[in-house]
Structure formats: structure tokens, C-alpha cells
Design a protein around this ligand. Sequence first.
Ligand SMILES: *[C@@H]1O[C@H](CO)[C@@H](O)[C@H](O)[C@H]1NC(C)=O
Ligand SMILES: *[C@@H]1O[C@H](CO)[C@@H](O)[C@H](O)[C@H]1NC(C)=O
Length: 300
Amino acid sequence: MFQFVLLILCYSVVAAQAESNSSPYMYISPNTVFQNYEKMVKNFKVFTYKSNEAELKFATTEESLFYSSLQNSTYLTQDPEEAHLFFVPFSTGLSTRALARDLTRVRNELPYWNRTLGADHFYLSCEGTPHEPDRILVELKKNAVQISCFPTRKDKFIPHKDVTLPPLPSPHARARRVRASAEEFCVVEYGNGASSWIGEALRLGCVPVVVSEGAVNDMPFMDVLRWGEMAVFVRSERGVERVLGDTWRERHGRMRELGVGASRHLQWNRPPLPFDAFNTVMYQLWLRRHTVRYARMQYN
Ligand SMILES: *[C@@H]1O[C@H](CO)[C@@H](O)[C@H](O)[C@H]1NC(C)=O
Ligand SMILES: *[C@@H]1O[C@H](CO)[C@@H](O)[C@H](O)[C@H]1NC(C)=O
């Protein structure tokens, strides 16, 4: 009888998990991710500095979508005292001088930048910011959270601090489909236009094989999702067939299932939906609200 009850109990737990909109195993912190997300939606407040430019211009659609979603969102506050993080908007392609001037204004007009030397501030820049000895630019690069595009350039991205926007699938890019052990995989080259297909591959249930020449610096939502459970990482194109031997047969079904579940985090929606690309970027920012630290810099 006891065993029977236990069985029923286990079954209900499994069923409940299957019912909840996705399996938690794709998450790095499966026990806290949903609670934290709900807290974020309720509490997260961002203060945006006024932009100097009449109209902000961004080089990529992802940046524009993020910006517009943030401006329309309930995360914004007019009261900097209740803000967890501060957003510094500036256009793509701004000259170094103009950028330094705008940031100096941010630093001089309100007390918040100096409080953490920019560490509770974030900005959007897929092109990255210049390497310049100017103190305010050093603080921006070293302390503030940069939101960049996937895939990032190694020298333009600081893992653990910075965040990447998941890519919109490019209409020209396609993943190469390969079969191994009768299972389907989508080969996505890291570092070129084809990597924009990563979210589509997941969504379509085609387990991504991420091929890279060198090390992979970043994956979207790397501190939220367990990419190793949903994608295969291979160092060069030549290795794909060899790596996708029989060993993947057993794991394929589960990877596929987790990938389909995780794919909603990589989808952009207008207006945004819960757990989609915009809200998951916000979630990553929310996770960083306490981890940002005052960093003492040395200036030469
Ligand atoms: C922040 O620090 C800078 C440099 O030390 C200073 O010039 C500026 O006035 C300070 N900002 C505020 C609002 O006090
Ligand atoms: C933000 O709101 C404006 C005006 O209602 C709308 O045109 C725009 O599409 C919205 N942006 C997003 C990303 O939903």
C-alpha cells in the first residue's frame, strides 16, 4: 500500500512537471528560476537616462527591439531612487568624444554613476565600446553591463558581466541538416550569420551542433540555460560526423525535448511575451543587480 501511494505521488510530481510549461532541467538553477522570474516581473525597476539625441539609432534589429520593448515595459521607473539598475542609452556609431561627453553628463547630473562607478548601469552596444584611456570610458567598459549581440567578439565581451541578445533568425541563413544514428541535427556555425539560426533549430526540434574554430565565448543566456543539455559543441566542421556517432542516439530525444522547451527564451515578440527573448534578457540583468561590485581601477 505504501509503495502504491509512493508511486502515485511520484507520478503526480512527474505529471505536474510535465504540465508546467517546461521541464526545469534545461536551467542552471532549476529550483529557483521560476520564483526569481516572478519576483523580477513584480519588482524590477530600471531608470533610463535622457538621451542627448533626438532619435536613437541602432545598427541591429535586436538592439532596436530590446530598446523599444524596454521603453514600453512596466520595468521603467521615473524615480531613480527606486531603480535597481540604470540604463544609459546611446546610438551606434557615436564618436568616442560624443560618447565620453554624454557619459560625463550622466556622471555629473545625478549621483548614481559615482556610487558604483557605473557598475549598476547597463548599455546596449553590439559594436562594443572603444578602448580608450579616458576614465569614464574605462568605467563604462569595465564596470557597466554591456548588452551585445550574439555571437560576440572576444575582445568586446566580458563573460559573467555582459549579456548577449539572442539573434533574430536571418532569412538567408539556414542550418545544414545532418543525420546521425537516424537522428536529425542542425549544424550551426558559430561566429557567422548562420549562428542566427540557433533559436530556430531549437524551436523546430533539430538538435543544434555548434561548430566553432576556436573557443565559444558566449551563448545566449549562458548563465540561465544549460546549453550542454541541448546542443552539441564541436571544434571544427570536419569533426561533425565523427562526433555524432552512436553516443548521441540515447541523448538525442532528451536534448531535443529540452531544446524545444528552451526555445521560447530565444524568440522575440512584439509586444514581448513572458519568458521570451526580451524578458529573459531582463531576467539576466535582474540576476546581476547584486553581483555588480564596486571595482577600484588603476589609471595611468
Ligand atoms: C562624480 O565624480 C566626478 C569625478 O570625481 C565629479 O566630477 C562629479 O561631479 C561627480 N558627480 C556628482 C553628481 O557628484
Ligand atoms: C512599443 O510601443 C510602440 C507604440 O505603441 C509600438 O509601435 C512598438 O511596436 C512597441 N514595441 C514593441 C517592441 O512592442
